[in-house]
Design a protein around this ligand. Sequence first.
Ligand code: OGA
Ligand code: NI
Length: 363
Amino acid sequence: MATPTDGISVDQPNDILNELKQFDDTKAGVKGLVDSGIEKIPAFFIQPQELLPKSSDIAPPTLQVPIIDLGAIHKDAGCYKQIVEELKQASDSWGFFQLVNHSVPKDLLDEVIQGVKEFHEGDKDVKEKLYSRDRVKKVRFASNLRLLSAANWRDTLTCVFDGSLDPSDIPPVCRDAIMKYREAILQVAETLYELLSAALGLPSDHLSGMNCAKTQLMVAHYYPPCPEPELTLGTSMHTDPSFVTFLLQDDLGGLQILHNGHWVNVAPIPGALVVNIGDLLQLVSNDKFKSIKHRVLASARGPRISVATFLNPSFDEKKLFGPIKELLSDTNPPLYKEFLVDDYIKAYISKGLTASALSPFKL
Ligand code: OGA
Ligand code: NI
């Protein structure tokens, strides 16, 4: 039976662990702490020195992740080819890009951000009732999806669209926006999978044929303003356990990706969707595409809202996954063994947030 403290790791001194449990039991999240007027952050939010941002590690602001403009995708074959080429470059050398003119209306994106904000700032009882880390629940709210040894300055509403989610479980303040946004993302994903297939030199229906958008895990984050942002993080460094991730962020900024040893800020572009290659696509592409480490800084400014949608195969998919056979040759041998999605998910859950979930499958 899952308890509210599921996922709390025990490698903390007892007093800190008690404080962490007390915080979790409030079911009010980081927002609740901030509302109580704290001026110092509790000890369990303090990150180890080596994980905190250092100004010497930050790339110059002129360095930006590539922008992929889908506006001319249907214009002619030349434009299509050009987009495929840009996408190939971006997925290989950056693992991240910002998609513009993707056809999801800006009004809908704004509506999603606003709805998520209203949920997090809304009725405390609604949030308390949803507070859970029980993976059986398809709609749930918690501060930190897993409470590891140092917590992140963030609260999250999670919706798992796996075919069994009942839309009426989504809080009314953001229900319509989230349902419309999910549909819109699935449409963009269809186009993107077609382009990524072409970028891998495969027939355009190859990736969609692998059923890699069957489950959509949507995490709607709320990063409250932090009184001591230099001591903690909004989200610790990690790679995504997905095939592809779509991220909608508001205009505050704070997302950084690790590119050639330096942290690059992903500057907000109104109306854009940030897309990144997840671990599973890195694996099936046999490392042609890269799943890149990223993190979110804590900030005195806020709240910051973002919504990440992880596209994944069905968790009970019985087919084996591994490097796509058509990509392999004598000079490009498989780098990973074949595995079941379920084994991958188990490996992901048992590791800490910052470890790589790909290593158990490396050949
Ligand atoms: C995530 C993530 C980034 C953000 O949820 O995996 O990387 O900006 N989020 O919230
Ligand atoms: Ni991420």
